[in-house]
Design a protein around this ligand. Structure first.
Ligand code: CA
Length: 225
């Protein structure tokens, strides 16, 4: 497995690369956006680890560039900024996951392995779960090929769930998706949005269910899948 690590802080870059190599990954380093773009155009990577604050631009520019080219490479964003709006804009731009600095090496490896295990159709291209299809390029849903329209909050929730279909999505991640709309989140708000979303999915006969993992979060999966 060959990873590209985009990080301008040489000390962090060397330390993380050393740890990743000891965990069995081959790691190329890029110290700025220009190097990262050149690297992704000359070499096929299994995953990109991306720092957002780079000397010659915002790391999200690389995410936009890769997704415009329909490159499905999994992208894990590493960021010192823990502002919710950064995380939300990163997800919308097509990154697959986030880790806020500082992070434990074991956590980084676990996230990388999880992304590498995800089936190819979850990465960049259309995602299909049951009869529900999601196009990450347009952010639209369809059931059996018919457009499936949702109010924006439920759409944001379903988007967060479908991008990690088959995995438990943590409450915090889902609340971030709602927070993107800059409203106070009451403790029961997530539950009420999830139950409305469940009703809509059932009415549309989308062939999916949202399972509750008490205290952890929710998982979208195909019914009987
Ligand atoms: Ca940086």
């Amino acid at each position: 497995m060959r990873l590209l690590f985009v990080e301008d802080d040489a000390d962090i870059a060397d330390a993380v690369r050393g740890n990743l190599e000891r965990s069995g990954f081959a790691v190329d380093l890029a110290y700025d956006l220009a190097e990262a773009i050149a690297a992704t155009e000359s070499q096929k990577y299994d995953l990109v680890l991306l720092d957002l604050g780079l000397p010659d631009g915002d790391g999200l520019a690389l995410v936009h560039r890769l997704r415009r080219r329909r490159d499905p490479v999994p992208i894990l964003v590493l960021t010192a900024r823990d502002a919710v709006s950064d995380r939300v804009s990163g997800l919308e731009s097509g990154a697959d996951d986030y880790l806020v600095k500082p992070f434990a090496h074991a956590e980084l490896v676990a996230r990388i392995r999880a992304l590498l295990r995800r089936p190819a159709q979850h990465l960049g291209d259309r995602i299909t779960v049951g009869r529900l299809a999601y196009d990450p390029g347009t952010g639209t849903f369809a059931v059996d090929g018919q457009p499936f329209e949702l109010p924006r909050r439920e759409r944001a929730l379903l988007e967060a769930l479908v991008r990690r279909a088959g995995w438990v999505v943590q409450r915090g991640t889902l609340e971030d998706a709602l927070w993107g709309f800059a409203e106070e989140i009451e403790s029961n708000t997530l539950e009420s949005h999830v139950s409305r979303l469940r009703r809509r999915l059932a009415q549309a006969d989308a062939g999916v269910e949202i399972r509750t993992f008490r205290g952890l979060g929710y998982m979208l999966r195909a019914i009987g899948g």
